[in-house]
Design a binder for this molecule. Structure first.
Ligand code: B12
Length: 474
Protein backbone atom coordinates (compact mmCIF):
# COMPACT_ATOMS: atom_id res chain seq x y z
CA UNK A 1 0.00 0.00 0.00
CA UNK A 2 1.40 3.45 -0.92
CA UNK A 3 2.38 5.21 2.31
CA UNK A 4 0.19 8.07 3.58
CA UNK A 5 1.62 9.79 6.66
CA UNK A 6 -0.51 12.00 8.92
CA UNK A 7 1.53 14.41 11.09
CA UNK A 8 -0.17 15.93 14.13
CA UNK A 9 0.81 18.92 16.31
CA UNK A 10 -1.24 18.25 19.46
CA UNK A 11 -2.59 21.12 21.58
CA UNK A 12 0.11 22.65 23.77
CA UNK A 13 -2.09 23.61 26.67
CA UNK A 14 -5.54 23.05 28.14
CA UNK A 15 -6.28 26.71 27.62
CA UNK A 16 -4.79 27.99 24.38
CA UNK A 17 -4.09 31.45 25.76
CA UNK A 18 -2.83 32.97 22.59
CA UNK A 19 -2.81 32.99 18.82
CA UNK A 20 -1.07 29.80 17.59
CA UNK A 21 2.25 30.01 15.79
CA UNK A 22 3.26 27.89 12.81
CA UNK A 23 3.93 24.33 14.08
CA UNK A 24 7.37 24.12 12.45
CA UNK A 25 8.02 20.78 14.19
CA UNK A 26 5.66 18.94 11.83
CA UNK A 27 5.84 21.52 9.02
CA UNK A 28 9.54 20.79 8.34
CA UNK A 29 8.85 17.06 8.53
CA UNK A 30 5.85 17.15 6.21
CA UNK A 31 7.69 19.33 3.68
CA UNK A 32 10.68 16.94 3.67
CA UNK A 33 8.53 13.80 3.31
CA UNK A 34 6.51 15.33 0.44
CA UNK A 35 9.68 16.49 -1.30
CA UNK A 36 10.82 12.85 -1.11
CA UNK A 37 7.65 11.44 -2.62
CA UNK A 38 5.66 10.53 0.48
CA UNK A 39 1.98 11.57 0.67
CA UNK A 40 1.43 13.61 3.84
CA UNK A 41 -1.44 15.31 5.67
CA UNK A 42 -0.77 17.80 8.50
CA UNK A 43 -3.11 18.53 11.42
CA UNK A 44 -2.71 21.19 14.13
CA UNK A 45 -4.99 20.25 17.02
CA UNK A 46 -5.08 23.88 18.12
CA UNK A 47 -7.02 24.45 14.87
CA UNK A 48 -8.65 21.07 14.04
CA UNK A 49 -10.68 19.12 16.61
CA UNK A 50 -9.56 15.62 17.58
CA UNK A 51 -12.89 14.36 16.06
CA UNK A 52 -11.92 15.85 12.68
CA UNK A 53 -8.43 14.33 12.90
CA UNK A 54 -9.66 10.87 13.91
CA UNK A 55 -12.38 10.93 11.24
CA UNK A 56 -9.79 11.68 8.54
CA UNK A 57 -7.63 8.77 9.72
CA UNK A 58 -10.66 6.46 9.88
CA UNK A 59 -11.76 7.25 6.34
CA UNK A 60 -8.39 7.44 4.49
CA UNK A 61 -5.70 4.82 3.66
CA UNK A 62 -3.36 6.18 6.33
CA UNK A 63 -0.29 4.01 7.00
CA UNK A 64 1.65 6.16 9.49
CA UNK A 65 0.69 8.77 12.12
CA UNK A 66 3.39 11.00 13.63
CA UNK A 67 2.80 13.11 16.75
CA UNK A 68 4.99 15.94 18.08
CA UNK A 69 5.62 16.44 21.79
CA UNK A 70 7.21 19.01 24.06
CA UNK A 71 7.44 18.22 27.76
CA UNK A 72 4.15 19.32 29.24
CA UNK A 73 0.45 19.29 28.37
CA UNK A 74 1.18 18.48 24.71
CA UNK A 75 1.96 14.92 25.89
CA UNK A 76 -1.55 14.45 27.33
CA UNK A 77 -3.19 15.42 24.04
CA UNK A 78 -0.76 13.21 22.08
CA UNK A 79 -1.58 10.24 24.35
CA UNK A 80 -5.31 10.81 23.97
CA UNK A 81 -5.08 10.96 20.15
CA UNK A 82 -2.69 7.98 19.92
CA UNK A 83 -4.99 5.80 22.03
CA UNK A 84 -8.04 6.71 19.92
CA UNK A 85 -6.16 6.02 16.64
CA UNK A 86 -4.66 2.73 17.89
CA UNK A 87 -8.14 1.55 18.93
CA UNK A 88 -9.64 2.46 15.54
CA UNK A 89 -6.81 1.38 13.22
CA UNK A 90 -4.38 -0.91 15.19
CA UNK A 91 -2.41 -1.64 11.98
CA UNK A 92 -1.29 1.99 11.62
CA UNK A 93 2.29 2.75 12.80
CA UNK A 94 2.16 5.46 15.49
CA UNK A 95 5.40 7.42 15.73
CA UNK A 96 6.29 9.96 18.42
CA UNK A 97 9.02 12.62 18.08
CA UNK A 98 9.87 16.10 19.29
CA UNK A 99 11.81 17.70 22.14
CA UNK A 100 10.27 15.58 24.91
CA UNK A 101 11.08 12.32 23.10
CA UNK A 102 14.64 13.58 22.57
CA UNK A 103 15.23 14.64 26.18
CA UNK A 104 13.35 11.72 27.83
CA UNK A 105 13.20 8.81 25.33
CA UNK A 106 12.80 6.30 28.17
CA UNK A 107 9.44 7.79 29.13
CA UNK A 108 7.84 6.96 25.76
CA UNK A 109 9.33 3.56 24.92
CA UNK A 110 6.93 1.27 26.78
CA UNK A 111 3.55 2.59 25.72
CA UNK A 112 1.16 0.24 23.90
CA UNK A 113 -0.10 3.11 21.73
CA UNK A 114 3.39 4.10 20.41
CA UNK A 115 5.11 1.85 17.85
CA UNK A 116 8.25 3.90 17.12
CA UNK A 117 10.04 6.90 18.59
CA UNK A 118 12.34 9.23 16.66
CA UNK A 119 15.19 10.92 18.53
CA UNK A 120 16.41 14.39 17.52
CA UNK A 121 15.82 15.83 14.06
CA UNK A 122 13.06 13.81 12.39
CA UNK A 123 13.38 14.46 8.65
CA UNK A 124 15.78 11.68 7.61
CA UNK A 125 14.90 8.96 10.17
CA UNK A 126 11.14 9.34 9.58
CA UNK A 127 11.59 9.10 5.80
CA UNK A 128 13.77 6.00 6.21
CA UNK A 129 11.23 4.44 8.61
CA UNK A 130 8.36 4.97 6.15
CA UNK A 131 10.36 3.89 3.09
CA UNK A 132 11.88 0.71 4.66
CA UNK A 133 9.34 -0.58 7.19
CA UNK A 134 11.22 -3.91 7.52
CA UNK A 135 14.61 -2.37 8.22
CA UNK A 136 15.61 -3.53 11.72
CA UNK A 137 17.74 -0.64 12.89
CA UNK A 138 17.47 2.90 11.63
CA UNK A 139 19.76 5.50 13.22
CA UNK A 140 17.69 7.72 15.54
CA UNK A 141 14.70 5.36 15.63
CA UNK A 142 13.67 2.91 18.36
CA UNK A 143 10.62 0.64 18.37
CA UNK A 144 8.39 -0.12 21.34
CA UNK A 145 10.18 -1.85 24.26
CA UNK A 146 13.52 -1.40 22.48
CA UNK A 147 16.57 -0.86 24.73
CA UNK A 148 17.68 2.76 25.15
CA UNK A 149 21.29 1.73 24.68
CA UNK A 150 20.41 0.77 21.11
CA UNK A 151 19.68 4.44 20.39
CA UNK A 152 22.20 5.85 17.90
CA UNK A 153 21.89 9.64 17.42
CA UNK A 154 22.30 10.83 13.80
CA UNK A 155 24.48 13.56 12.41
CA UNK A 156 22.65 16.85 11.97
CA UNK A 157 20.92 17.24 8.59
CA UNK A 158 22.33 19.81 6.16
CA UNK A 159 19.66 22.50 6.58
CA UNK A 160 19.98 23.60 2.96
CA UNK A 161 18.49 20.24 1.97
CA UNK A 162 15.18 21.05 3.71
CA UNK A 163 12.62 23.49 2.28
CA UNK A 164 9.17 24.52 3.47
CA UNK A 165 6.13 23.60 1.36
CA UNK A 166 3.48 26.18 2.31
CA UNK A 167 0.75 24.26 0.46
CA UNK A 168 0.80 21.79 3.37
CA UNK A 169 -0.70 24.26 5.86
CA UNK A 170 -3.09 27.23 5.71
CA UNK A 171 -0.75 30.15 6.47
CA UNK A 172 -3.69 32.53 7.08
CA UNK A 173 -4.37 30.57 10.28
CA UNK A 174 -1.01 31.63 11.70
CA UNK A 175 -0.94 35.20 10.45
CA UNK A 176 -1.94 38.00 12.80
CA UNK A 177 -1.44 41.77 12.78
CA UNK A 178 1.25 43.52 14.83
CA UNK A 179 1.94 47.20 14.71
CA UNK A 180 -0.35 47.36 11.67
CA UNK A 181 1.70 44.73 9.85
CA UNK A 182 0.82 41.16 8.87
CA UNK A 183 3.00 38.98 11.08
CA UNK A 184 4.05 35.33 11.17
CA UNK A 185 6.73 33.24 12.96
CA UNK A 186 9.68 31.83 11.02
CA UNK A 187 12.71 29.59 11.65
CA UNK A 188 16.08 29.82 9.86
CA UNK A 189 18.47 27.94 12.16
CA UNK A 190 18.62 25.21 14.80
CA UNK A 191 20.46 24.69 18.06
CA UNK A 192 22.83 26.95 19.97
CA UNK A 193 26.55 26.93 20.75
CA UNK A 194 26.06 27.89 24.39
CA UNK A 195 25.41 25.47 27.25
CA UNK A 196 23.08 27.29 29.61
CA UNK A 197 22.46 24.66 32.23
CA UNK A 198 18.64 24.86 32.27
CA UNK A 199 18.21 24.51 28.48
CA UNK A 200 17.83 21.31 26.44
CA UNK A 201 20.79 22.51 24.36
CA UNK A 202 23.03 21.91 27.39
CA UNK A 203 22.81 18.13 27.07
CA UNK A 204 21.69 17.22 23.57
CA UNK A 205 24.90 17.43 21.51
CA UNK A 206 23.75 20.74 20.15
CA UNK A 207 25.59 22.83 17.59
CA UNK A 208 24.26 25.96 15.85
CA UNK A 209 23.49 25.34 12.18
CA UNK A 210 21.47 27.42 9.74
CA UNK A 211 20.22 27.90 6.22
CA UNK A 212 22.78 29.60 3.96
CA UNK A 213 21.99 33.21 3.12
CA UNK A 214 20.76 32.25 -0.38
CA UNK A 215 18.48 29.64 1.16
CA UNK A 216 17.16 32.12 3.72
CA UNK A 217 16.30 34.45 0.83
CA UNK A 218 14.51 31.70 -1.13
CA UNK A 219 12.50 30.47 1.88
CA UNK A 220 11.72 34.02 3.01
CA UNK A 221 10.42 34.97 -0.44
CA UNK A 222 7.94 32.10 -0.20
CA UNK A 223 6.46 33.30 3.10
CA UNK A 224 6.41 36.94 2.01
CA UNK A 225 4.00 35.93 -0.75
CA UNK A 226 1.33 35.95 1.99
CA UNK A 227 1.75 39.72 2.22
CA UNK A 228 3.82 39.40 5.42
CA UNK A 229 5.83 42.42 6.60
CA UNK A 230 6.67 41.37 10.15
CA UNK A 231 8.58 38.21 11.18
CA UNK A 232 9.08 36.64 14.61
CA UNK A 233 12.06 34.30 14.51
CA UNK A 234 11.66 31.17 16.64
CA UNK A 235 15.34 30.31 16.41
CA UNK A 236 16.90 29.47 19.79
CA UNK A 237 19.70 31.97 19.23
CA UNK A 238 19.58 34.15 16.13
CA UNK A 239 22.94 35.89 16.60
CA UNK A 240 25.42 33.08 17.15
CA UNK A 241 27.00 34.32 13.94
CA UNK A 242 26.59 38.13 13.84
CA UNK A 243 27.89 38.36 10.25
CA UNK A 244 25.28 35.80 9.07
CA UNK A 245 22.50 37.69 10.87
CA UNK A 246 23.56 41.04 9.41
CA UNK A 247 23.36 39.46 5.92
CA UNK A 248 19.85 38.17 6.74
CA UNK A 249 18.94 41.69 7.91
CA UNK A 250 20.01 43.16 4.56
CA UNK A 251 17.41 40.90 2.88
CA UNK A 252 14.74 41.93 5.42
CA UNK A 253 15.57 45.61 4.89
CA UNK A 254 15.47 45.18 1.09
CA UNK A 255 11.99 43.63 1.44
CA UNK A 256 10.81 46.14 4.06
CA UNK A 257 10.12 43.42 6.66
CA UNK A 258 10.40 44.19 10.37
CA UNK A 259 11.50 41.45 12.74
CA UNK A 260 11.79 40.16 16.32
CA UNK A 261 14.06 37.43 17.62
CA UNK A 262 16.11 35.86 20.46
CA UNK A 263 19.58 37.40 20.96
CA UNK A 264 21.95 37.12 23.92
CA UNK A 265 22.32 40.27 26.05
CA UNK A 266 26.08 40.63 25.48
CA UNK A 267 25.58 40.70 21.69
CA UNK A 268 23.32 43.76 21.95
CA UNK A 269 25.92 46.53 21.51
CA UNK A 270 25.71 49.88 19.70
CA UNK A 271 28.04 48.45 17.03
CA UNK A 272 25.98 45.27 16.41
CA UNK A 273 22.57 46.91 16.65
CA UNK A 274 23.44 49.02 13.59
CA UNK A 275 23.89 45.76 11.63
CA UNK A 276 20.56 44.31 12.82
CA UNK A 277 18.53 46.33 10.31
CA UNK A 278 14.72 46.35 10.68
CA UNK A 279 14.82 44.75 14.11
CA UNK A 280 12.11 46.30 16.30
CA UNK A 281 12.28 44.09 19.35
CA UNK A 282 14.61 41.53 20.91
CA UNK A 283 13.84 38.60 23.23
CA UNK A 284 16.60 38.43 25.85
CA UNK A 285 17.13 35.46 28.12
CA UNK A 286 18.37 37.53 31.10
CA UNK A 287 17.71 34.73 33.60
CA UNK A 288 19.15 36.23 36.85
CA UNK A 289 20.22 39.51 38.47
CA UNK A 290 22.83 37.66 40.54
CA UNK A 291 26.26 37.29 38.89
CA UNK A 292 26.97 34.23 41.05
CA UNK A 293 23.86 32.48 39.71
CA UNK A 294 24.61 33.52 36.12
CA UNK A 295 28.06 31.94 36.49
CA UNK A 296 26.64 28.81 38.07
CA UNK A 297 24.16 28.25 35.22
CA UNK A 298 26.95 28.98 32.69
CA UNK A 299 24.99 31.77 31.02
CA UNK A 300 28.30 33.48 30.19
CA UNK A 301 26.98 37.02 30.43
CA UNK A 302 27.49 39.77 33.00
CA UNK A 303 24.51 41.28 34.84
CA UNK A 304 25.76 44.59 33.42
CA UNK A 305 25.30 43.16 29.87
CA UNK A 306 21.54 42.96 30.55
CA UNK A 307 21.33 46.63 31.57
CA UNK A 308 23.56 47.64 28.63
CA UNK A 309 21.29 45.71 26.25
CA UNK A 310 18.24 47.52 27.65
CA UNK A 311 20.00 50.89 27.18
CA UNK A 312 21.20 50.12 23.63
CA UNK A 313 17.74 48.93 22.57
CA UNK A 314 16.04 51.91 24.21
CA UNK A 315 18.49 54.42 22.69
CA UNK A 316 17.91 52.77 19.29
CA UNK A 317 14.13 53.18 19.54
CA UNK A 318 13.61 49.45 19.97
CA UNK A 319 11.97 47.41 22.74
CA UNK A 320 12.68 44.09 24.41
CA UNK A 321 11.19 41.13 26.20
CA UNK A 322 13.36 40.13 29.16
CA UNK A 323 12.96 36.57 30.46
CA UNK A 324 14.03 35.76 34.03
CA UNK A 325 14.07 32.55 36.08
CA UNK A 326 14.01 32.17 39.90
CA UNK A 327 14.20 28.96 41.95
CA UNK A 328 17.55 27.54 40.79
CA UNK A 329 18.90 24.90 43.22
CA UNK A 330 21.94 26.96 44.25
CA UNK A 331 20.07 30.27 44.56
CA UNK A 332 19.60 32.22 47.86
CA UNK A 333 16.77 34.58 48.85
CA UNK A 334 19.22 37.48 48.29
CA UNK A 335 19.85 36.19 44.73
CA UNK A 336 16.10 36.20 44.10
CA UNK A 337 15.85 39.81 45.30
CA UNK A 338 18.85 40.67 43.05
CA UNK A 339 16.74 39.36 40.16
CA UNK A 340 13.65 41.34 41.26
CA UNK A 341 15.80 44.48 41.51
CA UNK A 342 17.32 43.76 38.09
CA UNK A 343 13.81 43.54 36.61
CA UNK A 344 13.06 46.89 38.24
CA UNK A 345 16.32 48.40 36.87
CA UNK A 346 15.53 47.22 33.31
CA UNK A 347 12.07 48.81 33.49
CA UNK A 348 13.68 52.08 34.60
CA UNK A 349 16.12 51.97 31.67
CA UNK A 350 13.44 50.83 29.20
CA UNK A 351 9.95 51.83 30.34
CA UNK A 352 7.49 49.50 28.62
CA UNK A 353 9.90 46.58 28.48
CA UNK A 354 8.00 43.25 28.64
CA UNK A 355 9.32 41.16 31.52
CA UNK A 356 8.63 37.45 32.10
CA UNK A 357 9.79 35.88 35.35
CA UNK A 358 9.15 32.17 35.61
CA UNK A 359 9.97 29.60 38.27
CA UNK A 360 12.72 27.17 37.37
CA UNK A 361 11.40 23.88 35.97
CA UNK A 362 14.05 21.19 35.69
CA UNK A 363 13.64 19.68 32.22
CA UNK A 364 15.17 16.31 31.45
CA UNK A 365 18.11 16.86 29.18
CA UNK A 366 19.56 19.76 31.20
CA UNK A 367 22.58 19.66 33.54
CA UNK A 368 20.62 21.42 36.27
CA UNK A 369 18.09 18.61 36.11
CA UNK A 370 20.65 16.23 37.59
CA UNK A 371 21.58 18.69 40.36
CA UNK A 372 17.94 19.23 41.23
CA UNK A 373 17.36 15.47 41.49
CA UNK A 374 20.41 15.25 43.79
CA UNK A 375 18.69 17.92 45.91
CA UNK A 376 15.73 15.60 46.41
CA UNK A 377 13.56 16.57 43.43
CA UNK A 378 11.49 13.57 42.31
CA UNK A 379 10.89 13.77 38.53
CA UNK A 380 7.52 12.73 37.11
CA UNK A 381 7.37 8.92 37.18
CA UNK A 382 4.95 8.28 34.34
CA UNK A 383 4.30 9.73 30.91
CA UNK A 384 1.02 11.19 32.23
CA UNK A 385 2.97 12.92 34.99
CA UNK A 386 5.28 14.43 32.36
CA UNK A 387 2.13 15.59 30.63
CA UNK A 388 1.03 17.45 33.74
CA UNK A 389 4.40 19.15 33.98
CA UNK A 390 4.20 22.93 33.55
CA UNK A 391 6.15 25.89 34.84
CA UNK A 392 3.38 26.97 37.11
CA UNK A 393 4.10 24.10 39.50
CA UNK A 394 6.80 24.75 42.09
CA UNK A 395 7.41 21.38 43.67
CA UNK A 396 11.14 21.87 44.19
CA UNK A 397 12.04 20.34 47.59
CA UNK A 398 14.73 22.92 48.39
CA UNK A 399 12.16 25.77 48.09
CA UNK A 400 10.49 26.17 51.50
CA UNK A 401 8.01 28.93 50.60
CA UNK A 402 6.81 28.20 47.04
CA UNK A 403 4.03 30.81 47.20
CA UNK A 404 6.58 33.61 47.67
CA UNK A 405 8.19 32.53 44.38
CA UNK A 406 4.83 32.09 42.64
CA UNK A 407 3.71 35.51 43.86
CA UNK A 408 6.84 37.17 42.43
CA UNK A 409 6.26 35.36 39.11
CA UNK A 410 2.58 36.32 38.91
CA UNK A 411 3.18 39.95 39.96
CA UNK A 412 5.91 40.35 37.34
CA UNK A 413 3.66 38.79 34.67
CA UNK A 414 0.68 41.02 35.33
CA UNK A 415 2.55 44.19 36.29
CA UNK A 416 4.47 44.20 32.99
CA UNK A 417 1.66 42.74 30.88
CA UNK A 418 0.63 44.98 28.01
CA UNK A 419 -1.48 43.28 25.32
CA UNK A 420 -0.44 45.81 22.68
CA UNK A 421 3.25 44.99 23.06
CA UNK A 422 3.04 41.26 23.06
CA UNK A 423 4.66 39.63 20.03
CA UNK A 424 5.66 36.09 19.24
CA UNK A 425 4.34 32.83 20.44
CA UNK A 426 2.79 34.20 23.57
CA UNK A 427 0.77 36.44 21.28
CA UNK A 428 -2.00 38.75 22.36
CA UNK A 429 -4.52 37.33 24.80
CA UNK A 430 -7.97 36.22 23.75
CA UNK A 431 -10.69 38.84 24.58
CA UNK A 432 -12.36 36.56 27.18
CA UNK A 433 -9.28 36.84 29.42
CA UNK A 434 -8.88 40.61 29.27
CA UNK A 435 -11.14 41.67 32.21
CA UNK A 436 -9.33 39.23 34.55
CA UNK A 437 -5.96 40.48 33.31
CA UNK A 438 -6.98 44.10 33.95
CA UNK A 439 -7.92 43.36 37.61
CA UNK A 440 -4.74 41.41 38.30
CA UNK A 441 -2.62 44.03 36.55
CA UNK A 442 -4.10 46.70 38.85
CA UNK A 443 -3.45 44.65 42.03
CA UNK A 444 0.04 43.61 40.91
CA UNK A 445 1.12 47.20 40.25
CA UNK A 446 0.64 47.92 43.97
CA UNK A 447 2.55 44.85 45.09
CA UNK A 448 5.37 45.71 42.70
CA UNK A 449 5.62 49.29 43.93
CA UNK A 450 5.63 48.08 47.57
CA UNK A 451 7.97 45.13 46.77
CA UNK A 452 5.45 43.02 48.72
CA UNK A 453 5.08 39.35 47.79
CA UNK A 454 3.46 37.90 50.94
CA UNK A 455 -0.11 36.60 51.52
CA UNK A 456 -0.82 35.99 47.79
CA UNK A 457 -4.56 35.35 48.33
CA UNK A 458 -5.55 36.77 44.92
CA UNK A 459 -3.16 34.40 43.16
CA UNK A 460 -4.34 31.42 45.19
CA UNK A 461 -7.83 32.35 43.96
CA UNK A 462 -6.49 32.60 40.37
CA UNK A 463 -4.96 29.13 40.62
CA UNK A 464 -8.29 27.77 41.87
CA UNK A 465 -10.19 29.55 39.08
CA UNK A 466 -7.79 28.07 36.49
CA UNK A 467 -8.25 24.58 37.89
CA UNK A 468 -12.05 24.98 37.80
CA UNK A 469 -11.89 26.41 34.25
CA UNK A 470 -9.73 23.49 33.11
CA UNK A 471 -12.17 21.01 34.67
CA UNK A 472 -15.25 22.54 33.05
CA UNK A 473 -13.57 23.00 29.64
CA UNK A 474 -11.99 19.50 29.51
C1 B12 B 1 7.87 27.84 19.36
C2 B12 B 1 8.09 27.22 20.72
C3 B12 B 1 6.98 27.09 21.56
C4 B12 B 1 5.57 27.40 21.09
C5 B12 B 1 5.17 26.20 20.23
C6 B12 B 1 4.03 26.26 19.44
C7 B12 B 1 3.99 26.93 18.22
N1 B12 B 1 4.77 26.57 17.25
O1 B12 B 1 3.18 27.72 18.21
C8 B12 B 1 4.80 27.50 22.43
C9 B12 B 1 4.71 28.94 22.85
C10 B12 B 1 3.41 26.92 22.44
C11 B12 B 1 5.76 26.79 23.38
C12 B12 B 1 5.36 26.41 24.64
C13 B12 B 1 6.21 25.84 25.53
N2 B12 B 1 7.51 25.66 25.39
CO1 B12 B 1 8.45 26.07 23.81
N3 B12 B 1 9.49 26.31 22.33
C14 B12 B 1 9.36 26.77 21.13
C15 B12 B 1 10.67 26.83 20.32
C16 B12 B 1 11.22 28.23 20.48
C17 B12 B 1 10.62 26.49 18.82
C18 B12 B 1 9.95 25.12 18.54
C19 B12 B 1 10.10 24.85 17.07
O2 B12 B 1 9.20 25.05 16.29
N4 B12 B 1 11.34 24.44 16.70
C20 B12 B 1 11.66 24.18 15.31
C21 B12 B 1 11.33 22.69 15.01
C22 B12 B 1 11.70 22.35 13.59
O3 B12 B 1 12.19 21.94 15.86
P1 B12 B 1 11.59 20.75 16.73
O4 B12 B 1 10.32 21.13 17.32
O5 B12 B 1 12.67 20.29 17.61
O6 B12 B 1 11.26 19.60 15.63
C23 B12 B 1 12.24 18.73 15.13
C24 B12 B 1 12.50 17.49 16.00
O7 B12 B 1 12.21 17.68 17.36
C25 B12 B 1 11.69 16.42 15.37
N5 B12 B 1 10.28 16.31 15.68
C26 B12 B 1 9.45 17.21 16.23
N6 B12 B 1 8.20 16.75 16.27
C27 B12 B 1 8.22 15.51 15.70
C28 B12 B 1 7.20 14.56 15.46
C29 B12 B 1 7.56 13.34 14.84
C30 B12 B 1 6.49 12.32 14.55
C31 B12 B 1 8.92 13.06 14.50
C32 B12 B 1 9.27 11.76 13.85
C33 B12 B 1 9.94 14.00 14.74
C34 B12 B 1 9.56 15.21 15.33
O8 B12 B 1 11.80 16.73 13.99
C35 B12 B 1 11.66 18.14 13.84
C36 B12 B 1 12.42 18.55 12.60
O9 B12 B 1 13.74 18.10 12.66
C37 B12 B 1 11.51 25.77 21.10
C38 B12 B 1 13.00 25.90 21.00
C39 B12 B 1 13.47 25.11 19.74
N7 B12 B 1 14.32 25.69 19.04
O10 B12 B 1 13.05 24.03 19.45
C40 B12 B 1 11.00 25.97 22.51
C41 B12 B 1 10.91 24.72 23.47
C42 B12 B 1 10.47 23.52 22.66
N8 B12 B 1 9.89 25.06 24.41
C43 B12 B 1 10.21 24.68 25.57
C44 B12 B 1 9.38 24.84 26.71
C45 B12 B 1 10.01 24.57 28.06
C46 B12 B 1 8.05 25.24 26.55
C47 B12 B 1 7.01 25.34 27.67
C48 B12 B 1 6.99 24.22 28.63
C49 B12 B 1 7.13 26.63 28.38
C50 B12 B 1 5.94 26.89 29.34
N9 B12 B 1 5.23 27.84 29.03
O11 B12 B 1 5.70 26.24 30.26
C51 B12 B 1 5.71 25.36 26.89
C52 B12 B 1 5.25 23.90 26.72
C53 B12 B 1 3.88 23.78 26.44
C54 B12 B 1 3.52 22.31 26.29
N10 B12 B 1 2.43 22.22 26.21
O12 B12 B 1 4.15 21.37 26.29
C55 B12 B 1 11.53 23.97 25.63
C56 B12 B 1 11.23 22.45 25.61
C57 B12 B 1 11.67 21.73 26.78
C58 B12 B 1 11.08 20.34 26.70
N11 B12 B 1 11.72 19.45 27.37
O13 B12 B 1 10.06 20.11 26.07
C59 B12 B 1 12.20 24.45 24.36
C60 B12 B 1 13.15 23.42 23.75
C61 B12 B 1 12.95 25.74 24.66
C62 B12 B 1 14.29 25.46 25.42
N12 B12 B 1 15.27 26.08 24.93
O14 B12 B 1 14.38 24.75 26.35
N13 B12 B 1 6.96 26.67 22.86
Amino acid sequence: MEPLCVLIYPKTAEIEFSHPDVPYSIFFLGSYLKANGIKVKLFDQRISSSREIVQYIESNPVTHVGLSTMTGPQIIFAMDLSRKIKQLRPEIDIIWGGIHVTVAPGSVLEQDFIDYIVYGEGEEPLLELIKNPDKKSIKGVLCRNDKLENLEPREFIDMDTISLDWSLINPQTYISVREGRRYISFVTSRGCSFKCQYCYNSVTKSRWRSWSIDKVRKELEKVLEFDISYISFMDDNLAVNVKWLSEVCKILEEKNVLWYGDIRANVITYENIKKFKNCTRVFIGAESGSQRVLNDIEKRIKVEDIFNAAKVLHDSGMTGTFSWIIGFPQETREDVMDTVNAVRRVSEIMPGAVQRLKIFSPYPGSQLYKMTVEKGYRPPATLEDWGRYTREHCDLPYIKNPWWYKCISYVTFFNFYNDKDIIGSIGSSKPIFRPVIAVYKFLSSFRWRLNFFGFPVEFMMLDTMRKIYMKVTR
